[in-house]
Design a protein around this ligand. Structure first.
Ligand code: NDP
Ligand SMILES: O=C(O)C1=N[C@H](C(=O)O)C[C@H](O)C1
Length: 257
């Protein structure tokens, strides 16, 4: 029996990758192929038919495509009864509500959507949420490679929402800022009252700083992904978990506890 035949055994999780030719998709294909308990059964790119993934028997589809196509992909997966692990950015509250609606009709299907699959990034967000109540000032600086399509990053948006929620719970008011005469964009984007700055530069992969300030001190929480391999343990963890987690799981946090 060849290695491939052995991996196709009934115990293997049959995985398809959407956006397989992209930077993340290609890395996911390599990680799935290297995993002893998974088999890569379908790779789908822009001009391929999604139905091929269903015909190939994919049980879990991993989506690293683009914010403009991910919703159609996800709707199709749920309709087909295929579990989904989604890393693609662009998930607003409205999008999440739509996904919940689709899942209400297919309670057997599991979907994991994570703004960041890097373990360090997940901890960075948790630490930021924990620190938020103690500091009157906070700003987020995300830094990425220049071929990234969206800004601010999904990670930065998610962090800003977590920090804003923690501030609100602690009864903190608006972040102090006396700026009046501002050139558009100079103070970054306002995400739930938290300023987010997006840097794009060749040489970067994915990085984020959360800068907190209060009287006489600052705290900086920083995470760096230097290589997309950093996201793979989180992706594989989600692929292994999603079949046994019907409904929507947001973020890796619940899978790490
Ligand atoms: N959650 C996380 O941990 C991470 C999330 N990301 C997110 O993942 C997404 C992808 O990032 P990245 O890999 O760098 O981007 P890429 O642009 O390298 O990859 C996107 C891929 O999707 C393909 N694609 C476009 N439309 C479709 C479609 N309809 N069906 C199938 N495939 C399609 C593209 O093909 P073509 O090139 O032909 O258009 C391309 O190969 C982004 O939203 C990014 O923010 C990235 C890193 C980590
Ligand atoms: O496009 C990327 O590269 C990344 N996208 C995700 C995001 O938007 O947060 C995750 C990570 O930052 C890498």
């Amino acid at each position: 029996m060849t290695d491939e035949q052995e991996k196709a055994g009934p115990e293997s999780i049959k995985v398809g990758v959407l956006g397989a030719g992209g930077r993340m998709g290609a890395e996911v294909c390599r990680a799935v192929e290297a995993a002893a308990d998974m088999k890569l059964v379908a790779t789908v790119d822009q001009d391929d038919w999604l139905v091929n993934a269903a015909e190939a028997g994919a049980e879990v589809l991993v989506d690293f495509t683009t914010p403009d196509v991910v919703m159609d992909n996800l709707h199709w997966c749920i309709d087909q009864g295929i579990h989904a692990v989604v890393g693609t950015s662009g998930f607003t509250e409205q999008r999440i509500e739509k996904v919940r609606g689709w899942l209400a009709d297919r309670p057997d299907v599991g979907v994991v959507i994570a703004p960041n699959f890097g373990l360090g990034a997940v901890l960075m967000m948790q630490f930021a949420a924990r620190a938020a109540r103690y500091f009157e000032s906070v700003e987020i600086v995300e830094q990425h490679h220049p071929r990234k399509l969206d800004a601010p990053s999904g990670t930065a948006m998610h962090t800003a929402r977590l920090v804003a929620a923690a501030r609100a719970e602690a009864g903190l008011g608006p972040v102090p800022d006396a700026t009046t005469d501002e050139i558009a964009g100079a103070r970054g984007a306002d995400v739930d009252g938290v300023r987010v700055h997006a840097v794009r530069a060749t040489g970067l992969v994915a990085h984020q700083e959360v800068l907190f300030g209060t009287t006489g001190e600052t705290l900086t929480i920083r995470h760096d992904s230097y290589d997309r391999v950093s996201f793979m343990p989180g992706v594989l963890l989600a692929v292994r978990a999603v079949r046994n987690r019907p409904g929507l799981t947001l973020g890796l946090d619940a899978l790490l506890d």
